[in-house]
Design a protein around this ligand. Structure first.
Ligand code: CA
Length: 220
């Protein structure tokens, strides 16, 4: 899952990027409203953490512009303490959740997991597909209760597919959601990750839909 962090405070931006990367997400960061807005326009993100007090363009304006342009990704806003006006304005501008600074990183991660789940139509923190279970709380995958060892890229591919079960996902979509924006993206590597995942997962779980992409066959 691909997360955008728009935060001008360098220490907090780094802490957020580190915590999200450790949690198994791929992260892009922007340090001002203008570049954050641009990234949210041109890239595909599964969720955004958006500070409201930003240089060049404030967070409310960034959010409003995205929503006006039809960008529907979940957005969690970071607001200053004791500023309830800002929270109301943020929610009215299209925010899905908010956190007041300072916050605990664990709470941010939990709220983000909930946003990602809900956006994909899942109510439980455990995503299940046949005998495969992905626990979004600790980024662990089990097959028939046995822990599965995955590389970070394999995990990102599987996590995206588990969040979008029974949908056909193209290689280019997977590429956009498992690599950061400045990464040298090569959609051929997706085939490699899929090949490795197939060796680790039950047979027939990842279906190739010729010319279109891949589908996780969970409903049968
Ligand atoms: Ca700020």
């Amino acid at each position: 899952m691909h997360i955008l962090v728009v935060e001008d405070e360098p220490t907090l931006a780094r802490q957020l990027a580190d915590a999200l990367t450790t949690a198994g997400y791929v992260v892009d960061t922007a340090a001002d409203g203008q570049s954050g807005h641009y990234l949210g326009e041109v890239e595909s993100f599964d969720a955004v953490v958006l500070d409201l007090g930003l240089p060049l363009m404030d967070g409310i304006t960034v959010l409003r512009k995205w929503r006006n342009a039809g960008r529907t990704m979940p957005v969690l806003i970071l607001t200053a303490r004791d500023n309830w006006h800002e929270k109301v304005a943020g929610i009215d501008a299209g925010a899905d959740d908010y956190l007041t600074k300072p916050f605990h990183m664990e709470e941010l991660l939990a709220r983000l997991r909930a946003l990602l789940r809900r956006a994909a139509g899942h109510a439980s923190p455990e995503l299940q597909c046949g005998s495969v279970v992905l626990d979004t709380r600790n980024a662990r995958v089990t097959v028939d209760g046995q822990a599965l060892s995955l590389t970070s890229h394999e995990f990102r591919v599987l996590s995206f597919l588990m969040h979008h079960q029974d949908q056909v996902i193209s290689r280019s979509t997977l590429t956009e959601h498992i690599y950061a924006q400045d990464y040298d993206r090569d959609s051929n590597t997706i085939e490699v990750f899929i090949g490795r995942l197939r060796k680790k997962l039950p047979e027939g779980l990842i279906v190739t839909v010729r010319g279109l992409g891949y589908r996780l066959a969970c409903s049968s």
